[in-house]
Design a protein around this ligand. Structure first.
Ligand code: AHR
Length: 667
């Protein structure tokens, strides 16, 4: 392995202390040949944890719409969780659970509503996820599947007689917490066969904690399933769509790719409990909901079609991850049970599922799975290029055997697919070494590294990739975050990540992709901190780390220019990188100061044929390292954009704990 000298770091290490007062020279070789780097370096990673999908990005407002919540997910949950019987006036009725005539075999439970005495309506209510947020004047698409189980009294027993052919009159309503009607629509349900009923509700008022109510107005029995409510105003107006504000927050990162659906979610809480992409496509009422590894419910309403569609909508390459034929070593019904492999006899069928995924994403509409994609509304291929196999798995013989079985077939049948292997959960150690050795043995195109470490670790490891073997597999830094004390999203952590990202730019020839993790966390439903973006039903609270990601996503390049920082005092936290964006021709210089005091620089842009008088300069930081954002108030630190003079030589004082970006037009 030939070491690549990291000029920025090496000089810093050789420097005696006590040099601080002097401006350090930062030299950017504008005229020297630039090194091509990955144009898709900065992406994002979406995992359904912290209620990131159901109750998060997926815009469905009803919780437990298909009556499939279960005590396998949370001990006190059952199929009627989050549903209540509503009796108005002198009405009376009962709720029961049905499984004899499901909407679809994969969606086995439904609700049986019996109206004994209608009063002013007997039915059900649902509070959504911590209350249903509605906006005055906005429209919501309510729908449910239903059939008439009987009219009048069951078995024709005592009670009012109603003509069996008569439809059931129904009311669909949004109500405020104190019972005011915010929106209402009326419809009828008739027939003994399941059918979907839809109405549009327009709220007359804004409320953060409305409830959804469905009432029946005649004695009788109704079967109900897939009771759903979506805002009409989803991201890009898509049906079965995504919450506009959260989707936009991802889009604003300008990610070049998006990895999904996990994480640990992928290999699942037990053998055969992996995330099965096939369960996530097709009509939503036919998708098989399942427990996710994070201990709650996945409707699969946000499924592979929606993920791929979203990637296309935001211009990000889709990067799905499939299990490597083993379950999570940390999951299972008995803690510490460890990794288990699918029985080898089941591997051919599992591998076929992986091949089918590629056909579903890229195949012609005439193919079996391409036709499923087309039927969902996307006849053209999605252009799948990347495929992750495995996630942080223990590198055991069970794992390697199954991984190799999958990879051998992929390599032969789909050489165009870039397969990404895995190197465990840590930046070093046994699984890391074994994962890399195995990946080299197979000559994999890319290996996924993960690390959740201290801000100090990031500063201490800026040279990590400088010496990576350029001839072996490339790197995908699939999950990383600087975990500061108390797992807070401090400016210290954000600036440490910024520093590290400059080192990824410098090594953008070997590091092809990188994505922070985790992305989303719903307040009061968070299993993992820190996260990049926090949210409630109505608000989005980006962290300081989000700002850094967004700045790197916006100001990325495809070639690296030699950037040499003169030595400074030992321990001084200062680093820099320069990239060029060949599309705009812009030169993008980033300087990161991780010290609690400003640091002075003499910047030299050598060999620049022509420089504009001024350039855009964005400064993020300049505050205490312990600064954090607080929900509901203006972010504590926001990037400030200004015009700044540029010349072949200029001085700059990098504020304490800051990232500064110059964007200098090259044409
Ligand atoms: O990002 C959260 C979790 O961290 C992921 O699911 C897993 O891959 C990692 O351990």
């Amino acid at each position: 392995m030939k070491p690549i000298v990291c000029s920025v770091l090496l000089i810093a290490l050789l420097t005696p202390a006590g040099f601080a007062a002097q401006p350090r020279t930062l030299t950017v070789a504008v005229d020297a040949p630039a090194k091509p780097i990955s144009p898709e370096l900065f992406g994002t990673f979406f995992e359904d944890l912290n209620y990131a999908a159901d109750g998060g990005l997926y815009a469905e407002l009803i919780q437990n719409r298909s009556f499939e919540y279960s005590s396998t997910e949370q001990a006190n949950w059952g199929p009627c969780e989050f549903w209540e019987l509503v009796k108005t006036g002198d009405g009376d009725g009962q709720l029961g659970l049905g499984d004899a005539r499901p909407v679809h075999v994969k969606n086995p439970h439904y609700l049986l509503l019996t109206v004994l005495k209608p009063g002013e309506g007997v039915g059900i209510s649902n509070p959504g996820f911590d209350g249903i947020p509605v906006e005055g004047g906005k429209s919501y698409e309510a729908s449910f599947w239903a059939y008439q189980a009987f009219m009048g009294a069951k078995w024709g027993g005592p009670g009012p007689r109603v003509d069996q052919g008569k439809p059931m009159p129904m009311t669909v309503r949004l109500e405020s917490k104190d019972g005011r009607v915010l929106a209402e629509a009326h419809l009828e349900v008739s027939g003994r066969a399941w059918a979907k009923h839809s109405v549009t509700l327009t709220s007359n008022q804004t409320a953060t904690d409305a409830r959804f109510v469905l009432l029946a107005h005649q004695p009788g029995g109704l079967a109900l399933d897939m009771v759903s409510l979506f805002p009409r105003d989803t991201f890009k107006g898509r049906a079965n769509g995504l919450r506009r504000d959260l989707a936009q927050a991802i889009a604003d990162l300008h990610p070049k790719f998006m990895r999904f659906p996990g994480g640990c979610l992928v290999h699942g809480p037990g053998v055969r409990r992996y995330y099965d992409w096939k369960k996530s496509v097709g009509s939503v009422e036919q998708r098989e909901a399942q427990r996710n590894s994070w201990g709650y419910h996945q409707t699969m309403g946000l499924g592979y079609f929606e993920y791929f569609q979203f990637c296309e909508d935001i211009g990000a390459a889709p990067l799905p991850v499939v299990a490597a034929g083993v379950c999570c070593q940390h999951a299972g019904d008995s803690p510490g049970r460890g990794q288990e492999g699918l029985p080898l006899a089941e591997m051919p069928a599992y591998i076929q599922d992986v091949l089918d995924l590629i056909e579903w994403a890229n195949g012609p509409t005439t193919s079996k799975w391409g036709s499923v994609r087309a039927a969902a509304g996307h006849p053209g291929p999605f252009g799948l290029k990347f495929l992750g196999v495995g996630n942080e798995d223990d590198i055991t013989p069970d794992f390697t055997e199954r991984f190799k079985m999958i990879y051998d077939v992929l390599k032969t049948k789909h050489p165009e697919i870039v397969v990404i292997g895995t190197a465990g959960p840590f930046p070093a150690g046994e699984d890391f070494e074994k994962g890399w050795a195995f990946s080299r043995e197979l000559n994999l195109p890319l290996v996924d590294e993960h690390y959740y470490v201290s801000p100090k670790w990031f500063w201490d490891n800026l040279a990590r990739y400088d010496t990576y073997d350029r001839k072996g597999p490339k790197v995908y830094v699939g999950e990383y975050a600087a975990h500061d004390e108390g797992k807070r999203n401090t400016l210290r952590s954000a600036i440490a990540e910024a520093a590290y990202l400059t080192s990824l730019e410098r090594n953008g020839d070997i590091v092809q992709l990188a994505s922070y993790a985790p992305l989303f966390a719903r307040r009061n439903h968070t299993q993992w901190t820190p996260d990049m973006i926090y949210f409630t039903g109505t608000e989005v609270f980006p962290s300081l780390n989000y700002s850094v990601q967004k700045l790197f996503g916006l100001h990325h390049g495809d070639a690296y220019l030699s950037t040499v920082l003169e030595a400074g005092p030992a321990g001084a936290r200062l680093t820099a990188s320069t990239v060029r964006d060949s599309q705009s021709g812009d030169l993008i210089l980033k300087i990161v100061n991780g010290d609690d005091a400003p640091q002075s620089l003499a910047v030299r842009l050598t060999g620049a044929a022509k420089l504009p008088a001024t350039a855009e300069r964005i400064v993020f930081g300049g505050a205490s390292a312990d600064t954090v954002n607080t929900d509901g108030v203006r972010p504590a630190v926001i990037p400030k954009t200004e015009r700044s003079p540029v010349a072949a030589e200029f001085s700059y004082e990098a504020p304490a704990n800051s990232l500064t970006i110059w964007r200098i037009p090259g044409r």
